[in-house]
Structures are given as C-alpha cells and as structure tokens.
Design a protein around this ligand. Sequence first.
Ligand code: UDP
Ligand code: GLC
Length: 382
Amino acid sequence: MKILFLDQSGKPGGAELCLVDIAKPYGQNALVGLFANGDFRKLLEENQIPVEVLTNQAIKVSKQSGLFQALGSLGQITPLINQVFQRAQQYDLIYANTQKALVVGAIASFLARRPLVYHLHDILSTEHFSNTNLRVAVNLINRCAALVIANSQASKTAFLQAGGKPDLVQVVYNGFAAKDYEADELKVRELRKNLGLDDKFVVGHFSRLSPWKGQHILIEAVSQCPSNVVVILVGDALFGEHEYVKDLHQKVTALGLENRVKFLGFRGDIPQLMAVCDVVAHTSTAPEPFGRVIVEAMLCGKPVVAAEAGGAMELVEDGINGFLVTPGKSQELATVINNCWQESAKTAKIANYARISASERFDGKIINQQIQELLKSIILNK
Ligand code: UDP
Ligand code: GLC
C-alpha cells in the first residue's frame, strides 16, 4: 500500500506528531507532502520518512477566514493541486492530515481518481472555525472523502453536528509507544537541578502557547497555591500568537510570579521534562479535540489534571486515572494541585493506574494496525 500524506504545516503540532507515528511503518511507500517548510520536515527526515515541501507560498486562509478570503486563495492553490495531482499517480491513496490539506487533497484526489482519507484532528465547531470554513470542510468531506478518521468521539460528534455523513467516520485515538516515555532517573535528577527545581512542587504545562490552550489559567492558579509550587510552561507560539505570549509574561510580572513560572520554549525532550514534574496540567478553554499531552503525562506516570471538555473527557476519569476541572476555573485547578501535593500517596496510585491503562489503551502498534486495516478496506472497495 502506497500512501501520499498531505499536511499544511511546517511546524510540529500534535496532528503532525501523530502523522509521524502513522507514516513511519510505511517507509519508502509513504511520501509526506508539506505546504510549508520547517522543523516538521526535519523531524520526518530524522524518522526516515520521505518528505517533500510542495510549495514555498503560504496559503492565506486562517481558521476564521470568510468566504471572500477562501475564494481568493483558490488561484493561489492551483499550482499546489497540480503538484499533488502529479505525485498522486504513484500512490494508492491520498491521506489529508489538516484542513488545507483536505481542500487541496480533495480536488487532487478527484482529478487523479485516488481515494481520499481525511484524518480529522479538529472539533469542527464555531468555537474553533468560521462558519465558511466549517461549511467548506464538511461539504468537501461529504463529497470527496472515502473515510474520515476522527481523533476522538468528541471530534466525531462535532463533525456529525456540522452535517457530516455518519457512515464515513471512524474514531481512532492517537497511538503511543509506552517505552518512549520511560525516563532515566539520574538524568531526570540532573535536569531538575539544572532547571533550579530542587525542593519545588513542579506543575508542568506542555503545549503551544495559544489563548485557547489556557496557559493564563495555570498562571492564575499558581498564584493561589503556596510559594513552593512552581510552573514550567513548555511550548512556543507555533502559529503567530505573539500577543498572547506578551500577555502571559505581563501576567507573570503583575502577579509577582517571576521566580515561580519558567518559560522553556519548544522542546524535543518532553518525556524527560514531564518526568521532572509532580503534576501535569492541561488547561484548554475550548474543547480539546484529543489532547496528546494528557496521554503522554499518563505514560510518564505523572498525575494529570485536565479541563473537562471535548476529547479530554474520554481520556480522563476524575479520581480514577487523573483529575478533571471546569475549563477556565483557576480556583478549581489550584485546589486540585494543592490536593495532589497534600495527598501524595493517593495521587501516586492514580498516576500509576493511569500509566498502566494508558499504555494498553493507546498502544501505538495496535492503533497503527487499526488504521492500516481501514486504509486497506478503502483501497479494496475503490
Ligand atoms: N510538544 C513538544 N514540544 C513542546 C510542547 C509540546 O513536542 O515544547 C508536543 C507534546 O508533547 C504533544 C504535542 O506537542 O505531543 C501537542 O499535542 P496536543 O495534542 O496536546 O495539542 P495540539 O498542539 O496538537 O493542539
Ligand atoms: C490536534 C488537536 C489535538 C490532538 C492532535 C492529535 O492538534 O488540537 O487535541 O491531540 O491534533 O490528534
């Protein structure tokens, strides 16, 4: 089976990291076509996944774009469609991993007579997208896709509510290799020391810096915790959210938390950094489609507290394998952080159970097999 994967991003967000794990087993039978150059290309190359950057022009449509902007970009994407169309001749199917990839992939799949699979990593609702974007996406999917792989039940439900065809969609969670999340105790101790975190109760947040990821909620929460509680914010503004980053720094200064909140930027050593934490917090203020960081924290054996909405509710059972709090409520978050500190034995049990159950539930090998079976059936029924 030969697959042409398409992704609009040059940067390694969660959808892109998921794609690395899906494309890897196909080796030379895969090609990832990107619509932008960047660190994601390097990551694919490091993983020996064939990759090509198909354009050097950014597509000027955002998640909130209206109809005119969307139409205006049509001329811009014609050469890109042509590039994809030409490559598609050598592949059995086109696998679109992002929304712009869906638009380009849908037209190219029609021209090249190749089936289109769409991996839906988003909650298609007006909380995340403009009405125009939603309509275009759902119409294209309904007309052109042979299969939609939704990253959670929440993403599937939103797709159906937006008018998506029920028989197209299958839910497949992101898969992970549990062994990648085992940390070397000595190195962890060293890292903790180098970061100046010895004797602190460390709450980690691992996400791109973006208003809906809610880092500001964690900053507010830590200001309501004892002074021994500190925060590491791991991640960068991947999609131009520089105003938000400025706001976060201002908030830290205004609350006098300069010594208790560290911005570590984008990092490639997530398992080690999670290992230095006592708690991992997920604070999205809009429903999270899936939430890789939640599963990763579980695999690292760390207690996780997540915002109760979207896919996070499928991953976390409050008090069983983690904790859930109302999105946007910093006081609730502060209470859970304090409880984790006070009741460390009970919390450790919860985290240990989460580690064992997550390694079974999100086993990357089994999840890759599921996807492979789905793709095979699409090619056979072509
Ligand atoms: N991540 C990373 N480096 C960072 C911050 C985050 O590699 O500095 C990874 C994180 O481990 C996770 C992904 O980025 O695998 C984010 O995925 P998630 O599904 O949590 O959110 P998304 O950004 O895709 O909405
Ligand atoms: C998207 C979503 C995130 C999800 C990831 C992988 O980036 O925002 O919630 O975990 O895709 O499916």
